[in-house]
Design a protein around this ligand. Sequence first.
Ligand SMILES: [Mg+2]
Length: 168
Amino acid sequence: MWKRLSPRATINTPCELTPGFFLRRGLRGLIIDLDNTLVPWGEDKIGCRMRDWVQEIKDAGIKVCILSNALEHRVRAVGESLGVPWVSRAVKPRKSPFRQALKILGTAPRETAVIGDQIFTDIWGGNRMGLYTIWTTPLSTKELFSTKAVRRLERLVVKKFREKGILP
Ligand SMILES: [Mg+2]
């Protein structure tokens, strides 16, 4: 049960991951969350450091797709500005939106990473699909009221991970 929720790696920001991190692990595709992973919650302007990082990843030949539960117009704005495809209104952790993203990327689950800030959507969903799951610190403390409630549960789960020594 805990393994299903546990990420394969934890990071403070996607920017700390070099292209080599992905390539060494045979990861050729990257599914990335929008809110509080690529942009602070509810914003659609991407920071210049994050923008450069996405470009660096793309230049290394790693395919990128945004996967977000947010509404189409917001996800599209960021996707178009970065020049990467996207899947919006994703209902993570359901499998079908992850499948849709994999189809766009053209990569197999074992050669695809997912980065997101939420255990119960990004990480659980990614683990269900057999992806390389990477949990990142949220970019801002602002989020949906419902997410704030889920965070309390998330903190309990993370405490359990630490006790069991399974959090990377
Ligand atoms: Mg998020």
